[in-house]
Design a protein around this ligand. Structure first.
Ligand SMILES: NC(=O)c1ccc[n+]([C@@H]2O[C@H](COP(=O)([O-])OP(=O)(O)OC[C@H]3O[C@@H](n4cnc5c(N)ncnc54)[C@H](O)[C@@H]3O)[C@@H](O)[C@H]2O)c1
Length: 248
């Protein structure tokens, strides 16, 4: 699609090197946005630069490091109208009694704390720009207890709470905040079953209910709609983009 919904607008996209983040960055560039793409993988960002040219400015770094957030902000200015918090990692489907501290800490650091830190830094810019739109990527695991392990499920339910609270406080200041909750999407995310118990308990449920695996363009389109002025009256929504999985 070629349109100018994002003309003269800067949108920060995390996880822009792969999967849903990359699809979002590409669609935004096609719609004339100036994209700031952030990812921990330098090589993935290089490939995005090759595809998008001047439409993208990239920042390589781990978003759990404050220095990466600072570097993103150094490239942003009062034209930042959009923030798509997409970077995320899975757990190994661990049930509570099998959680390793390092898995818990890393999943929450990437999926939740990094999102909070970047959003906290960007909000004042959006307010001074006269408004903005933040879209967080939650998950089907943010809507139910049977789509991942406990660390990831916890992180995505927390993303929903973070989204609602941010919408509550900042919608009156012109900043909307929403989340999309994708079902299964074909990307590079690693999701190894590390628990026999989870395999036994989740396996049959997933086999019976899992919808078709979507292309990353599908959640990206929903993210872009929420970033755009077409969604000007939408704030505080957690939207399943999951082929109907949440309806089961
Ligand atoms: N793929 C699915 O089935 C699915 C379903 C529901 C939700 N999600 C969510 O969608 C989001 C995007 O995932 P994806 O499936 O596109 O995965 P992906 O692995 O293809 O892309 C994620 C990108 O984020 C980057 N990243 C990871 N940790 C980072 C960090 N600390 N700092 C900077 N960059 C980092 C990775 O390098 C990668 O390029 C995640 O939040 C994920 O939880 C994915």
């Amino acid at each position: 699609m070629s349109s100018t919904r994002f003309q003269d607008r800067t949108v920060i996209v995390t996880g822009a090197g792969s999967g849903i983040g990359r699809a979002t960055a590409v669609q935004l560039a096609e719609e004339s946005a100036r994209v700031i793409g952030v990812d921990v993988s330098r090589s993935r960002l290089r490939s995005l630069e090759e595809e998008l040219g001047d439409a993208v400015l990239t920042v390589d770094g781990d978003l759990t490091d404050q220095i990466t957030i600072d570097r993103v902000l150094a490239h942003a200015d009062s034209s930042v109208h959009g923030l798509a918090n997409i970077a995320g990692i899975m757990d190994g489907f661990e049930p509570t009694a099998e959680i390793k501290d390092e898995t818990w800490d890393r999943v929450l650091a990437v999926n939740l704390t990094a999102m909070m830190r970047l959003t906290r830094a960007v909000l004042p810019l959006m307010i001074s720009a006269g408004g903005g739109s933040i879209v967080n990527v939650s998950s089907e695991a943010g809507l139910r207890g049977s789509a991942a392990g406990t660390p990831y499920t916890t992180s995505k339910h927390a993303v929903n709470g973070f989204t609602l609270s941010t919408a509550f406080f900042y919608t009156p200041h012109g900043v909307r905040c929403n989340a999309v909750a994708p079902g299964p999407v074909a990307t590079n995310i690693e999701a190894p079953f590390r628990s026999e118990m989870a395999q036994r308990r989740l396996g049959p449920i997933m086999q019976a209910t899992l919808p078709e695996i979507a292309n990353a363009d599908a959640p990206a389109a929903a993210i872009i709609w929420l970033l755009s002025d077409e969604a000007s009256d939408v704030s505080g929504a957690i939207i399943p983009v999951d082929g109907g999985w949440a309806a089961i």
